[in-house]
Ligand binder design. Structure first.
Ligand SMILES: Nc1ncnc2c1ncn2[C@@H]1O[C@H](COP(=O)(O)OP(=O)(O)OP(=O)(O)O)[C@@H](O)[C@H]1O
Ligand SMILES: [Mg+2]
Length: 523
């Protein structure tokens, strides 16, 4: 395999789209441009924490010189002379237009043609200030970087569309953060994740031009996005192509959200500046994994009041965000109705896809036989009896032929004590009766059913406390647990000997610990 740095740069984004002519790296408004050239900050003493061998293997590249990797991925050296840049975008944050945001701490350091003929963009998160940093420092801490690094790779292996993570380095510099926003800032270790994706364009990249009535640049960006990322839409650049583009983005967004609901992922900050135009999960900030099944749960302390980004609300928020994207694209389409039709379709398609997915998790693959209420009923039961989502569905991925077997799984996955649980036995039995009826109508063999269920119901996910344990060790320069979780989560659907300890309910100590149940945006 050829070394990553032996590959040539192939610049598309920063060559084909308008650049900010001002080279001044001070926080400012940037007009008529998709990005600004900016160099990463020099780190004082960079060191490698981890790199994703799975991902470099997938990309078909090797890393021959680890020292060089650390230099490039910490921003100390350029990637084969590439002129690095930060992107300009805006966004709706918590339902309000926030104006220009942009890559305040992300810097694109390379564009390279690799796997599948894709032009991969390499981006450092936490590499120093840019014109988009506003009042912040452009940096990231080890704690949040471990979370981003582990989770992006874990999500990929779960089959959820996502940006990838190639490396995690420490900068050797200290970063001051007030983790609980309570006036007690502390010094933390600075770190940088190298993220990789075919594109980091977000809904907000389009919104910023629309908000400034800059139709010319809006169109340039849309045309670029279609050319490089939706080439099947053809050469024509007219209203019908733009509509089709919007429809495809809506479809991809829908697919991503169905996956999130399937694995119990709560993004936590679904602002439009965190919505990828490719339907990839982007920005692993105060995300969390659903443990006891609670549709109202959000990990984000900033959102604890309104719970706008709670688990059960993610599909509605995706739609809300798509409405903002529709508004941004409107100047190129100038017709409301066809946009509305696509948004309506999202709603109905989501319901159908969600139903199919949930039936699949229960091993019912003739979902047309199953009424919506049946799924609603099990969701209510899971919520009422505080049942761990991952364990329940994995325990269910067996040949469950009688109620006792189901009950065993419930005992294993509930956070309630047995005495309390006993009072729910009758309700579960009623549900199990209807389940047995639908099961009897299944056409596929039991073996096949179980294989399919296990492929939908992961055994291992990155529980919030697991990431925190890895962080605690990493902060003391011990990366063994980080590596153990990285390896574990690269095969989330497989039984793995010696790893059963990670297939367990969240321990009691983790219920209210910072980083394990609630997370602030401080990162
Ligand atoms: N420490 C920081 N310094 C400068 N800008 C920041 C910092 N933290 C966040 N921002 C900027 O604030 C805005 C919203 O932040 P948000 O938490 O969504 O993103 P993020 O975690 O920095 O990055 P990304 O979305 O690239 O993963 C973005 O424009 C982001 O670049
Ligand atoms: Mg963000």
């Amino acid at each position: 395999m050829k070394d990553l740095f032996e590959h040539n740069i192939h610049t598309h984004f920063s060559k084909e789209l308008p650049a900010d002519p001002v080279m001044d790296n001070r926080s400012r408004q940037v007009f008529n441009a998709c990005f600004s050239f900016v160099k990463p900050l020099q780190p004082s003493n960079p060191s490698l924490v981890h790199s994703s061998k799975n991902f470099t293997d997938e990309l078909g590249v090797s890393i021959k010189d680890e020292a060089k990797l650390v230099q490039v991925m910490s921003g100390a050296a350029a990637f084969n002379g590439f002129e690095s840049y930060a992107m300009c975008y805006g966004g709706h944050q918590f339902g309000n237009w926030a104006g220009q945001l942009g890559d305040g701490r992300a810097i694109n350091i390379a564009e390279v043609d690799l796997k599948d003929g894709i032009n991969w963009k390499f981006q450092l998160k936490g590499a120093g200030p840019t014109p988009y940093s506003r009042n912040s420092d452009g940096l990231a801490v080890l704690r949040s970087s471990v979370r981003e690094y582990l989770c992006s790779e874990a999500m990929h292996h779960l089959g959820v569309p996502t940006t990838r993570a190639l490396s995690l380095v420490k900068t050797g510099d200290l970063v001051r953060r007030d983790i609980m926003y309570d006036g007690n800032p502390e010094n933390e270790q600075g770190a940088i994740v190298c993220r990789v994706s075919p594109s980091f364009i977000r809904f907000g990249n389009f919104e910023i031009f629309a908000s400034r009535q800059d139709k010319e640049n809006l169109q340039k960006l849309v045309d670029y996005t279609i050319k490089h990322h939706y080439p099947h839409l053809g050469e024509a650049r007219d209203k019908s192509t733009y509509l089709k583009f919007f429809e495809d983005v809506a479809d991809r967004t829908l697919e991503m959200i169905v996956h999130w609901q399937r694995v119990g992922f709560v993004h936590g900050v679904m602002n439009t500046d965190n919505m990828s135009i490719l339907g990839l999960t982007i920005d692993y900030g105060p995300y969390g994994w659903l443990e006891d099944y609670d549709p109202l749960w959000t990990p984000n302390t900033t959102d604890a009041q309104g719970k706008r980004y709670r688990f059960g609300h993610q599909p509605d928020i995706a739609l809300w965000n798509l409405v903002q994207l529709a508004n941004a694209l409107y100047p190129l389409i100038e017709e409301v109705e066809p946009l509305q039709t696509i948004l309506e379709k999202f709603r109905t398609n989501f319901q159908a896809n969600y139903h199919k997915m949930m039936c699949g998790k229960l091993g019912l693959f003739s979902e047309e036989n199953v009424p919506k209420e049946f799924i609603q009923n099990v969701e209510n039961l899971l919520e009422q009896w505080e049942i761990d989502m991952t364990i329940f569905f994995r325990e269910f991925s067996k040949n469950i032929t009688d109620f006792d077997m189901l009950w065993e799984g419930i005992l294993k996955s509930s956070y309630l004590d047995i005495k309390k649980l006993e009072t729910g036995r009758k309700d579960w039995a009623v549900w199990f009766d209807s389940f047995s009826n639908y099961l009897a109508q299944e056409k596929i063999s039991m073996d096949e059913r179980i294989i399919k269920m296990k492929a939908l119901n992961p055994k291992y996910v990155l529980r919030n406390y697991m990431a925190q344990l890895a962080i605690d060790d990493a902060e003391n320069n011990d990366y063994n647990l980080l590596d153990e979780l990285y390896q574990l989560l690269s095969k989330p659907y497989e039984e793995q000997s010696g790893m059963e300890k990670w297939y367990a309910k969240r321990p009691d100590w983790a219920k209210h610990k910072v980083g394990c149940s609630m997370l602030s945006c401080s990162s």
